[in-house]
Structures are given as C-alpha cells and as structure tokens.
Design a protein around this ligand. Sequence first.
Ligand code: FES
Ligand code: CO
Length: 340
Amino acid sequence: MIEQQLWHPVMASNLVRDTPVACSLLGQALVLWREHAHDGHRVHAWADRCPHRGAKLSMGRVLIGLHGTRLECPYHGWQFGGAGGCQHVPAAPDFVPPASHRAVAFEARERHGLVWVRLQPASQALGHVQIEPPAFEPAEDSAWRTVLCGPYELNTSAPRLVENFLDLSHFGFVHEGWLGERGHAQVQTGVVDEGAGLAGLVVRDARAWQPRAYAGADEGAWIAYRYDVPHPFAAILRKDATEGDPVSNAIALFIRPDGHEICTAWFVMSTQGDTSTDQELIAFQDAVFAQDRPVVESQTPRALPVGRTAPVAEVHGPADRVSSAYRRYLNRLGIALGTC
Ligand code: FES
Ligand code: CO
C-alpha cells in the first residue's frame, strides 16, 4: 500500500517526554519514546510489541543511565537501545543478545511540532516527492505566530476530512454566521493545477463570501484562498493580507490515518496580524471543527468512493471541481502503486 510509504503525523512532539506513549498508524500499533543523547533528544517510533513475548512496550519505562537511554519492557524487563537492539536481559545478565533480539523500528522525524513516522521506505517512484514530511514554511518562520490545534479524533477516513477542508461550499450551512452565510452561498472554485504523476494539487484564487473577513472585522467580504495538497492526507490553506484586510493566515491540516475509517487530525495555524491570543485561536478552531464533526462523521461510506471499483457513486456539481481534482490525485496515487 502506498500509504505505508508516506510520512504521517502521529503525535504532538511535546507529548513524547519521559514515558513511552502508544498510538496507531494505519492499523499498526506504535510506541513512541524519546532518547536523551548528547546531540539532542531523538524520538523513536517502534512497533508496540516486545520481540520476546509480545507485551506492549508502551506499558514499559524509559530508563536513563550510564549506558544511555533505553526502553524497558513491562513484562520481563528486557532493555532496548535507541537502534532497537536488546541490550540487557535482567533474568540472564551475562547473556549477550544476538542481533535478532530487536524491536521493529520505523523512521521517525519531528516537524511543525509533530512527530512524523513512515512505516516503509519510499519506493523509487515516490522517493523524489515524499522524501520528507510536507513543508509548511510559516511554521518555521518567526515572522509568523504558530499554534497547534488538536488532536481531533474522527470516525471517518482521512480523505473525507481533507475534502471537507478543501470545500468552500459548505461554509454557509455548516458554519453559518462563522465562515459563511446561506444567503451568500455561491463560491468560485479558482484555478486548479492538478500537477502530474504523484505531485499534488495547487488551487489559486478560490473565493467565498465570509460574514467577517478577519478576526475583528465587522463586515463581510469575498475572501480569496490558496490551497496546496502536498500529500494525500494533508492540505494547506493560505489567505494573504490585502488592502483593507490586515491579517494573513496559513492553516495546515495534517492527519494521522489511524486505520481506514478512523483518523486523528491537527491544524498547525500560523498568523500574521491577528491580535487574538493563542487560546482564542485554538478555541475558534475547536468550535469550527465541532461544527464539521457531526456532518463529516455522518458521510457514508467513510472511505471516499474513488476509482472504478468504488462501492457507491457520488454525483458532483460545478462547485466540486477541487474535490474532483483531489479524487483524481488519490486515484493517480493508487495507479502508481500498481506499477511501482
Ligand atoms: Fe518483553 Fe518479555 S515480553 S521482556
Ligand atoms: Co468546515
């Protein structure tokens, strides 16, 4: 499966501290833990299963000692070093564990305040487009203020949520009075650049009418957005400041596909010019997400019906061009999988 070869966010970095933590990615149970080393505190992501007798390593402890940092299994206390190999078996202290006595380790990185994991190395076809987790420049630029919102656990597939994020035409209904008005429901879908091969989408100049153009504004206006979809389960929205609107916003949606019909989302929100506090920004995003949640969880099937083998068909309107392009992107990735 191609998803195994992509980087996915799995947890906020600041939640991986001195104890191991568990999560699920694409049905794979993971344990995350942090190794304290002289050159920094590296995060590790391993299968949450001890190679000895299968206990959950996430129930164990992180030991910091003379030999460096080790993860200790809760069952018989075997100790594993950062590279995954067993270093010590307390019940047989003279035993030197062979190389086969090791935890299953996956690649892990930290970016945008999140830990990212890839379950398999990328195949050659994917290598050049998915070498790294998706970029989100505002979060790395101190000229912007950035907050992390989430996690939001959701009973649907990651693509349903991406599609919701790309969809301006629900604003007047799901977010009436917040992001739209039903009396101003018309949208402009903008210019969609579908990219080629495995590259994602760019949408420029998508427009919706919003009752408050920005935090603090007291009138409505047409707002222009740019969307980037650099990854099948990630999308970035940007609204740049204009004359009369002093606020620039950039919001990245990053999603962990826990399984095929359950996912966990974060929004990395960056702003220039918004005077609300961090807590107010997070509270606003929480409130908007709470409006989306019931309707998105009500959609059936939970997996997007993409491709010829989809179990049901959905019909499209002219305002669905971005969603249709996104579905074609997913379809292209599926086709690429068949050939690589
Ligand atoms: Fe982990 Fe035995 S099951 S040490
Ligand atoms: Co919404």
